[in-house]
Design a protein around this ligand. Structure first.
Ligand SMILES: C[S@@+](CC[C@H](N)C(=O)[O-])C[C@H]1O[C@@H](n2cnc3c(N)ncnc32)[C@H](O)[C@@H]1O
Length: 191
């Protein structure tokens, strides 16, 4: 059972991706993985931006169940464990939106990144949209889930085997309305 299961019915995620930047960086015929897709909010946005080869995965069964009800046109899959059920080099692009934000352990983040890198094609684009903070702030969210608004350098520190092509930090509100910052990183898998 995932710690996100109990929040799945009621939570409404709010972090916006840089959709225009994504569209100019990743072609619409790309095969895209939305990792930590929740109930499919971002996958649905990308679908409406013209992406058709989209798969969303999440470790919370209840998030996926909600997603399949609200967004039955999407391919959303519940995953278990640390190995993704995909081949090496399968995706042209991977998106994470507020996923590493709720993984408050740098070693675990790095392990997940290694697995994401495996399923991403050489030169494929990883787009991370993640909350960050100069103070490297750890706390428990209103949904009862541990959060880590890490420093930008800590986020960049998980990107072994990637070239960072674009990195922007913008102001944003958290789900509970607190002022915070979000780091938008586009990184390409090195060959
Ligand atoms: C804050 S939510 C964001 C959901 C979605 N990306 C969005 O922005 O609407 C984070 C999601 O990441 C998922 N998650 C966290 N760690 C994960 C992991 N190791 N594998 C798959 N999903 C994970 C959680 O279950 C949760 O649904």
């Amino acid at each position: 059972m995932s710690e996100w299961d109990s929040a799945a019915e009621s939570v409404d995620f709010n972090l916006e991706i840089l959709a225009e930047d994504f569209v100019t960086t990743v072609s619409q015929d790309a095969k895209v993985l939305d990792f930590g897709c929740g109930y499919g909010r971002i996958a649905n946005q990308l679908h409406h931006s013209g992406y058709r080869f989209l798969i969303g995965v999440d470790c919370s069964k209840e998030m996926i169940n909600r997603g399949l009800i609200e967004n039955s046109h999407l391919d959303l899959r519940h995953i278990l464990g640390s190995i993704l059920p995909f081949s090496d080099n399968e995706f042209d692009s991977i998106v994470t939106c507020a996923v590493f934000t709720c993984i408050p352990n740098q070693d675990l983040r790095k392990q997940i990144l290694i697995e994401l890198r495996r399923v991403l094609k050489p030169n494929g684009v990883l787009y991370l949209a993640e909350f960050c903070s100069d103070e490297s702030h750890r706390f428990t969210s209103g949904a009862g889930v541990p959060m880590w608004h890490s420093q930008l350098s800590e986020l960049k520190g998980i990107l072994d085997g990637f070239n960072i092509e674009q990195s922007r930090v913008v102001k944003s509100l958290t789900m509970s309305g607190h002022a915070s910052h979000v780091s938008h990183i586009f990184a390409r898998k090195t060959i």
